[in-house]
Design a protein around this ligand. Structure first.
Ligand code: FES
Length: 116
């Protein structure tokens, strides 16, 4: 099946360690789930906005996914710390677990969500 792509945002909307962009993801079962995209160093990364500890959204304030040092993603509820590029929890109550990564592509100054 061909990959479908959906525009999420402009590349210029994201700076490394800065505010992320939230969007909805349509799952294969038709359910909607919250997603977000951030930039870390040169690359954009997108995940389902759901902590691996308890199924709550990570950001307390919309789009605020990074910790104060802008090096890790942090869950606002109990402080789980995730690597921004892999989505692996490196510290906190769900250490070793992962955020669900979403497939994206950045091209022509835009970021697209890819789906089958
Ligand atoms: S809900 Fe995210 S660390 Fe507990």
């Amino acid at each position: 099946m061909a990959k479908e792509e959906r525009l999420i945002c402009q590349s210029s909307d994201l700076v490394s360690g800065g505010v992320g962009v939230r969007f909805d993801v349509e799952r294969t079962d038709g359910e909607k789930a919250p997603g977000f995209v951030i930039r870390y160093k040169d690359d954009a990364h997108a995940y389902i906005n759901r902590c691996a500890h308890i199924q709550v959204e990570l950001d307390w304030q919309h789009g605020q996914f990074f910790d104060d040092d802008e090096q890790f993603l942090i869950c606002a509820t109990h402080g789980a710390i995730y690597s921004p590029d892999l989505g692996v929890c490196v510290a906190g109550p769900c250490k070793g677990q992962r955020l669900e990564k979403l497939l994206i592509e950045e091209k022509g100054g835009k970021i697209f969500l890819l789906s089958e």
